[in-house]
Design a protein around this ligand. Structure first.
Ligand SMILES: [Zn+2]
Length: 477
């Protein structure tokens, strides 16, 4: 039998079928291209950035070193509050506020938490506040515990500054929100080496001295935000190291301030935000001069640029945000008799601390037995998990979390930050707590926003890690 369809008709049909198939194929490719393009350049994320100068206009007292005996005498650079507002494909928003300041007092966190709720209907989980912990910023303690009989103007200046600061922080979040625009978002990382552990065994204790054998976390995590036209709009980067190259009487963002400025000079359309990691027991070395702060800042900025040359993880999955408080217990409180003995100590910081505790005991009938500390987890789907811990966070936390979670397939890349949301005391690991020394509990006498008698109970690490795991498990469900 001959085929009833002539060769020319069959050819036409094949051509016609091919034309239809090709069109479908073309449309499919176009769809996939647009999908990929929208994933890379805009449809998945919108982000906005802003920064405000928060350098005090008048010579306030400075924070960070209890031995300072006079107010600031000028500045060698500006201090900034910066904000990044990120919106995912589901219109869920995440706000990051970074501060060139010593601390994030819980009162400041409460204020901003209320502000973003009232203005933008955002829950606490949508807000992360991190401080660079510069020791060349203004004093921001506004409680009665920081009264100093010899310098009565000190508290007044701090209160006046914090009132202005609050207005600035609200304004910087407003500005960033007003600048939301489509962006692509990638994560990458590198390493940077000037951070060295500062706990050196000496005699029966530990001294603050460079210890090359001690643990460090040299990771430099980086988030890069790129607009549809290819310009870099924002860079968020981290490092785990005390921001203490300097101890001078001039305002400065120290190495973290230098790194941010250099990145903003390199990427002219970008705002760079520094997020401090778990660097409570780590210092920059060598240290002590403005030139060294410049060198460390330049080194860190260069490490960020190096990270940007690596193969990035493209982030295109929605946010999953969680934020909860965990109860941290203190060791048994000293008796009144013990406090009276301590109040007669020749060490003026110890005696003043004991006097304040005695006052607390008289006024409240008891000393603090526990503290509610915030723990936050920001998940970018299964591509990146960002854990933000409170307090002056020791490096063991980030090392442990990275070791335990790095092979968890649902968590993706890991970023562990410290100094987030409430910096109420040093947050020692169990090891550091049991070893003792400054970070283990000795520094408690210098914290006055929350007056604490001293060291935490030995289950502190277990409680923090337990809360992180709880938040991770809940977000995985
Ligand atoms: Zn510190």
């Amino acid at each position: 039998m001959f085929n009833s369809v002539s060769p020319s008709t069959a050819f036409k049909r094949v051509t016609l079928t091919c034309t239809i198939d090709c069109r479908l194929l073309y449309l499919l490719f176009l769809f996939l291209f647009l999908l990929a393009d929208s994933t890379l350049y805009g449809a998945t994320w919108r982000a906005g950035f802003a920064k405000h100068v928060i350098t005090p206009a008048e010579p306030t007292w400075m924070a960070g070193y209890a031995s300072r005996n006079r107010p600031a005498e000028g500045k060698i650079g500006e201090l900034y509050a910066k904000a990044m507002v990120l919106e995912d494909v589901n219109k869920q928003r995440f706000v990051l506020v970074t501060l060139d300041l010593i601390s994030v007092p819980h009162t400041l966190r409460d204020y901003l938490e209320n502000y973003v709720h009232d203005q933008f209907d955002l829950p606490p989980a949508s807000l992360l506040i991190n401080c660079s912990h510069t020791h060349c910023g203004p004093e921001i303690r506004t409680t009665r515990w920081s009264e100093d009989a010899n310098h009565s103007d000190r508290l007044t200046l701090a209160r006046k500054y914090v009132a202005i600061l609050k207005t600035s922080l609200a304004a910087v979040i407003d500005s960033a929100t007003g600048r939301l625009e489509p962006v692509s978002l990638v994560f990458c990382h590198s390493r940077c080496g000037f951070a060295m552990n500062r706990r050196t065994p000496r005699g029966s204790g530990f001294i603050n001295f460079p210890n090359p054998e001690g643990p460090v976390d040299h990771d430099v995590p980086v988030l890069k935000f790129t607009a549809a036209d290819g310009t870099i709009k924002g860079i968020i980067f981290g490092y785990a190291c005390h921001n203490t190259t300097l101890g001078i009487y001039k305002f400065s963002g120290d190495y973290a301030g230098v790194a941010q400025k250099q990145l903003e000079n390199t990427y002219a359309d970008a705002i760079a935000l520094f997020v401090l990691g778990c660097g409570a027991d780590i210092n920059p070395y060598p240290r002590g001069t403005v030139a060294l702060a410049e060198i460390h800042g330049t080194t860190l900025a260069t490490s960020v640029q190096a990270a940007l040359q690596t193969t990035p993880t493209i982030l295109n999955e929605p946010l999953d945000l969680s934020y909860e408080k965990v109860k941290l217990k203190y060791s048994p409180a000293p008796s009144k008799e013990e406090l009276i003995t301590r109040s007669r100590s020749s060490n003026s910081y110890e005696s003043l601390h004991a006097e304040r505790l005695l006052k607390q005991l008289d006024q409240q009938g008891h000393l603090l037995t526990e503290y509610n500390a915030p723990v936050q987890v920001i998940r970018f789907g299964k591509q990146l998990t960002w854990i933000a811990l409170p307090g002056e966070t020791c490096v063991d936390y980030s090392l442990r979390l990275k070791a335990e979670l790095e092979n968890h397939k649902d968590l993706g890349r890991l970023w562990v930050s410290g100094y987030s949301n409430d910096v109420f005391a040093y947050l020692p690991s169990r090891r550091v707590l049991l070893e003792g020394g400054y970070e283990g509990g000795g520094a408690m006498k210098y914290f006055t926003t929350v007056l604490q008698h001293g060291p935490f109970a030995s289950d502190i690490e277990q409680r923090i890690i337990g809360k992180v795991n709880q938040l991770l498990q809940r977000s995985s469900q």
